[in-house]
Design a protein around this ligand. Sequence first.
Ligand code: SF4
Length: 212
Amino acid sequence: MALEVSEIFHSIQGESSWSGQPCVFIRLMGCNLRCAYCDTTYAYGQGRFMEIPEIMERVRRLRCDLVEVTGGEPLIQAETPSLIAGLLDAGHTVLLETNGSIDIGVVDPRCVTIMDIKCPSSGMTGQNDLRNLEKLGARDELKFVIASREDYEFARDLLSTPPAARCKINFSPVFGSLDPRSLAEWILEDHLAVRLNLQLHKIIWGPEARGV
Ligand code: SF4
């Protein structure tokens, strides 16, 4: 059972409520979307095919409990749910970053799903599968990547729907496009119970760094 892998690396988790924690990242190749602000276009191309036991061994050697499966879009590869289940069975805490366009019902419920809702500036809002909102649990998280006031209002309005209000919410300004201060002020003005997500890894290592 092989998966096409872009990179496996040990770093500091930069996003979500897990931000700041050491984490092993498994970045899988390929994405079914083309967001205007995408910062991982290198995951569109070709990677290296690795069997699940080989991936597990690489992860084991990095000696870190927390593991994130990311992309690209991990769920476009058929074996991704098996990889996640294997990591969970090995005792890891597993996070899945997914773009919200593919059914998350295939993911082991022990996994923490961090799901995007695509805002207008992405050009991909038509790809949001909002049925996924019903499948998120209290440990799961939503992420809105926000580049403009229009994006902010889109995200804020969606939060008033019951399924979205059930899980943790992250608002993430697009690095270099939206001043985090503006987003912080909007959140405070509207008294939103959301988390301002500042992509810690880009602050530490810079926006162009890979494998961090
Ligand atoms: S879903 Fe993620 S990886 Fe895919 S195009 Fe959008 S930002 Fe890039």
